[in-house]
Design a protein around this ligand. Structure first.
Ligand SMILES: Cc1cc2nc3c(=O)[nH]c(=O)nc-3n(C[C@H](O)[C@H](O)[C@H](O)COP(=O)(O)OP(=O)(O)OC[C@H]3O[C@@H](n4cnc5c(N)ncnc54)[C@H](O)[C@@H]3O)c2cc1C
Length: 461
C-alpha cells in the first residue's frame, strides 16, 4: 500500500453486513425454521461477518440461531497439533457464544453431508456458511449443496474487501490488485457491530458436546502458539507495542523478527484481519511501518485469496504463468543435486541456513516469513523437477506449519517455485528466469551464523 488509509471516524458501527459479502449459493423455497451458521473457517464469536449475518437473518425471521461445527475424521496433511489448536480455540468460541445465548453444536463425520442432514432434522429455514476457495472446502460445500433442502448463503468474512467484488479474475500481481483494494477500502474497512444476544431457546433436541472429553482427544497445543481468541488478542497487542514500530525495517530479519506471528490465529479464524487492520491504523507507530504491515495483511493476503479463488489448480504447476513454465522447461535437464525426502524432513541438507529454518519449523510449527521464501526456493535444485519441488514445499509446509493449508501457503509456494505474482529475472541454472535466492544474499540481510547457531544448539530446539 502506498499510504496507510485514514482510520474510520466512528468508534463502533451498527451498520448491517454489507450485501456484497453475501452470496446465495443454493436457492430453495423460503420456509420458517431456525437459522444454522456452519462455521468452518471463521471460528470466532467476535468480528465475524458470517456470524453477524446469520444473527441478523435469524432476528429478521424471528427464529433462533445455532452455530454448527463439524469435525471431519481427518484433514490431510494436518497434524494432531493443528487439530489441537483448532479445537481448543473452538472451545473458547463456544463459551463466548453461550454467554450470548447462542449454542455451538459439534457434529462429526463428512462435514457437508452431516450439516445438510442436521439442517433437515432441525427443519432449518436457512444455512449460512463461510466462503473458502480451497479444494477440500469446495468439496464439503458441494456435498452440502447436493443434500440441502433449504436456502444456503455464503459470506466472505475473511477478506477486508470481498474477494469476488474486488476482482472478477485472477490478478497478475500485487500491483494490479492494490488499486482495486484501495478504491474499496473506505467502504469495507469499517468497525464491527456488536453481536446481539438472543433469548429464543433452541427448539427441540440438539447434540450435546462433552468439551472436556473432546479436548482430551487432542494433544496439548504447541506452547509457542497458545490457541484461542483471547491469546490472539494478546498476541496482537504485543505486536502493536513491540513489533509494529520496527516492522518496516526489521520484518525481514529472522534473528529479531518484527513480524506479528498472527498467521495461525488468522488461518484458524480465531482473529479477523479486519480487526487487526483497524487496530494497526489506530496504533502509535510510524506511517511507513503501518503501511508496510497493511500491504502484507491486506494486499498480499487478499492476492493469495484471489489466486485460490480464480486459479482452479492453484496447487499444481498448471498455475504457473506461461513465461515460468517455458523457462523451467528450458532448464529441466540442468544437473541437480537431488536430495531424498527424509534428509529434507530432518533438516540434514548441505545448507546450514536451510537446516536451521527447517529445525525452527519442526520445533515451533512456524518459520520466519523471509526464510520461508528462501527455504522453498532451495527445494527446486534439490528436486528432480519443478512439479516435485512444488509438491515437496506444499507437503512440508502443510504438514508442519501451524498456519499451513492456507491460501497464503499455496500462493507462497507458487511464487517461490513458479514465479506466480512475480516477473522474469535474469536467467540462471535450474531456475531459468524464476527469481532465485542465495545464502550469500541472506548474509547481507542478517547474521546468518547466529541464526544457524540458535537453531542448531539442542538446548533451544
Ligand atoms: C513458501 C511459503 C509458504 C507460506 N506459507 C504460508 C502459510 O501456510 N500460511 C500463511 O498464513 N502464510 C504463509 N506464507 C506467507 C507468509 O510467509 C506468512 O504469512 C508470514 O510469515 C506469517 O508470519 P506473521 O504472521 O508474523 O506475518 P506478518 O509479517 O506479521 O504479516 C501479517 C499477516 O499478513 C499476511 N501475510 C504476510 N506475508 C504474506 C505473504 N507473503 N503472502 C500472503 N499473506 C501474507 C499473513 O496473514 C500474516 O499473518 C508463506 C510464504 C511462503 C513464501
Amino acid at each position: 500500500m502506498t499510504d496507510a488509509p485514514a482510520p474510520p471516524a466512528q468508534p463502533r458501527s451498527t451498520a448491517p453486513v454489507h450485501p456484497a459479502r453475501v452470496r446465495r449459493i443454493l436457492d430453495r423455497p423460503e420456509t420458517p425454521g431456525p437459522v444454522l451458521y456452519w462455521m468452518h473457517r471463521e471460528m470466532r464469536a467476535t468480528g465475524n461477518w458470517a456470524l453477524l449475518h446469520a444473527r441478523e437473518r435469524a432476528a429478521a425471521r424471528n427464529q433462533p440461531l445455532a452455530v454448527v461445527f463439524c469435525l471431519a475424521g481427518g484433514y490431510p496433511p494436518a497434524a494432531m497439533s493443528h487439530f489441537a489448536f483448532m479445537i481448543h480455540g473452538l472451545a473458547e468460541t463456544a463459551r463466548t457464544l453461550a454467554a450470548k445465548g447462542i449454542p455451538l453444536m459439534v457434529l462429526r463425520g463428512a462435514p457437508g453431508r452431516e450439516v445438510a442432514a442436521f439442517a433437515r432434522e432441525t427443519r432449518a429455514g436457512l444455512v449460512v456458511t463461510d466462503a473458502d476457495p480451497t479444494k477440500p472446502k469446495r468439496a464439503w460445500l458441494a456435498d452440502l449443496l447436493a443434500d440441502a433442502d433449504c436456502p444456503v448463503e455464503e459470506v466472505d468474512a475473511r477478506n477486508v474487501v470481498p474477494a469476488r467484488l474486488v476482482s472478477p479474475k485472477a490478478e497478475v500481481m500485487a500491483r494490479t490488485l492494490r488499486p482495486k483494494i484501495q478504491r474499496l477500502l473506505p467502504e469495507f474497512l469499517t468497525p464491527f457491530p456488536e453481536l446481539t444476544p438472543q433469548d429464543a431457546p433452541w427448539p427441540g433436541p440438539a447434540p450435546r458436546t462433552d468439551w472436556p472429553a473432546l479436548l482430551a482427544e487432542f494433544s496439548t497445543p504447541q506452547p509457542s502458539f497458545p490457541p484461542g481468541a483471547t491469546m490472539a488478542a494478546a498476541t496482537l497487542e504485543n505486536f502493536l507495542r513491540e513489533g509494529l514500530p520496527r516492522y518496516a525495517d526489521a520484518r525481514n530479519s529472522p534473528l529479531e523478527p518484527a513480524g506479528s506471528r498472527l498467521s495461525p490465529y488468522l488461518h484458524f479464524g480465531q482473529l479477523s484481519a479486519q480487526t487487526v487492520a483497524l487496530r494497526v491504523l489506530a496504533a502509535n507507530a510510524p506511517v511507513e511501518a503501518r503501511t508496510a504491515f497493511l500491504e502484507q495483511l491486506i494486499v498480499r493476503r487478499e492476492l493469495a485469496e484471489n489466486f485460490c479463488l480464480y486459479v482452479p489448480h492453484y496447487d499444481t504447476i498448471d498455475a504457473f504463468p506461461a513465461w515460468a513454465k517455458a523457462t523451467l522447461g528450458k532448464h529441466a535437464t540442468d544437473t541437480r543435486a537431488v536430495l531424498p525426502d527424509d534428509q529434507l524432513e530432518a533438516g540434514e541438507t548441505p545448507d546450514p541456513l536451510w537446516n536451521a529454518a527447517q529445525r525452527q519449523l519442526l520445533a515451533t510449527g512456524h518459520m520466519h516469513g523471509w526464510l520461508r521464501m528462501y527455504w522453498a526456493k532451495q527445494l527446486l535444485p534439490w528436486s528432480r523437477d519443478a512439479e516435485t519441488a512444488l509438491a515437496r514445499v506444499l507437503r512440508l509446509n502443510d504438514s508442519l506449519s501451524l498456519d499451513g493449508r492456507d491460501v497464503n501457503g499455496y500462493a507462497g509456494a507458487a511464487w517461490s517455485i513458479g514465479g506466480v505474482h512475480d516477473r522474469p529475472w535474469p536467467e540462471r541454472r535450474v531456475f531459468g528466469c524464476v527469481r532465485s535466492m542465495t545464502a550469500s544474499g541472506a548474509t547481507r540481510k542478517f547474521n546468518v551464523r547466529a541464526f544457524v547457531e540458535r537453531w542448531t544448539r539442542p538446548s533451544l530446539i
